[in-house]
Design a protein around this ligand. Structure first.
Ligand code: ADP
Length: 274
């Protein structure tokens, strides 16, 4: 009897060990698959801007070489340079996102807090993206009637607004986009609403994860880093970011930030004296 019991316990342990090993092997396989897919997407995304960049630079070089001293077609050269500049910007943005992700993973996303107005920053970003909005035929409205002040990091909050706005332009199907800044229950609230393709219920919680792109949207390009970085910045500022979306009707991303005001004066703390 003892021997039979012993054999059963041994069998149980062996089975549990095998299940555990199988699970670990599956996790390892998933990680390898995710890494391979990331490498393939990242190489593709980094390579895409290089083709137009190379073509434009070669064309410019030819134009200059063939016109040693005669008049140059300045307008065409300016247009080509603009295309080249845009592609360089795309590459540098992608690389900057990758660097941010590695900063985040080693806990080195530093914040440089200083008093600022969220309403005027949102206006700056909307104005900066006016040419791109026009290009995709999208009208962007801004509702930010009063200053919304707090002690945040201007460059990082700029990045948050930019990520949400560029996503709204990218996935907004050319329909109107609405940016709103207001104060609610002592919090600064920024929302970016589009009327585009939307995100399925199942994908909504996952879009803030690193390298996640909603499955059906692969053809839009992108590394799936923008929302991850956005959430990390917002959380570093002790805020929250949420999405509400209906497929085919659009999405609203809402960021809430505590103002981190000076407790005594209820005003943003003054920057340190030099
Ligand atoms: P990227 O846009 O580079 O893929 P993001 O991290 O910014 O990466 O977004 C992750 C995914 O979330 C996108 O791939 C897309 O599927 C989805 N998404 C983000 N913003 C929107 C939006 N406004 N409308 C629909 N889908 C969106």
């Amino acid at each position: 009897g003892n021997l039979r019991g012993f054999a059963k316990v041994t069998r149980d342990i062996t089975q549990r060990k095998q299940t555990q090993e199988r699970r670990e092997l599956e996790m390892l396989r998933d990680a390898v698959r995710a890494r391979d897919e990331f490498l393939s997407v990242a190489s593709h995304e980094l390579k895409t801007p290089l083709t137009p960049l190379q073509l434009k630079l070669t064309a410019l070089l030819r134009t200059v070489e063939n016109n040693p001293s005669a008049t140059l077609p300045v307008e065409r050269i300016a247009r080509d340079l603009e295309v080249a500049r845009r592609q360089v910007r795309k590459l540098s943005d992608l690389i900057e996102d990758l660097l941010d992700v590695s900063r985040i993973s080693v806990g080195q996303l530093r914040l440089d807090r200083a008093p600022m107005d969220l309403a005027s920053l949102a206006r700056d970003v909307v104005v900066r993206y006016a040419p791109q909005s026009a290009q995709v035929g999208c009208s962007v409205t801004l509702e930010a009637p009063t200053p919304v002040e707090g002690n945040w990091d201007r460059a990082r909050v700029d990045q948050v607004i930019t990520n949400l706005l560029t996503n709204a332009l990218k996935y907004g199907a050319g329909k109107p986009v609405h940016v709103r800044v207001r104060k609610e229950a002592g919090l600064a609230v920024l929302s970016v609403r589009d009327e585009g393709i939307g995100i399925s219920q199942e994908d909504q919680p996952r879009v803030f994860e690193r390298f996640v792109r909603a499955v059906s949207e692969r053809n839009y390009g992108g590394l799936g880093l923008g929302l991850f970085i956005t959430q990390q910045i917002v959380e570093a500022l002790h805020g929250t970011v949420q999405v509400r979306s209906t497929p085919g009707e659009g999405s609203t991303f809402t960021v809430m930030l505590p103002p981190d005001m000076d407790a005594e004066t209820q005003a943003p703390p003054k920057p340190d004296a030099p």
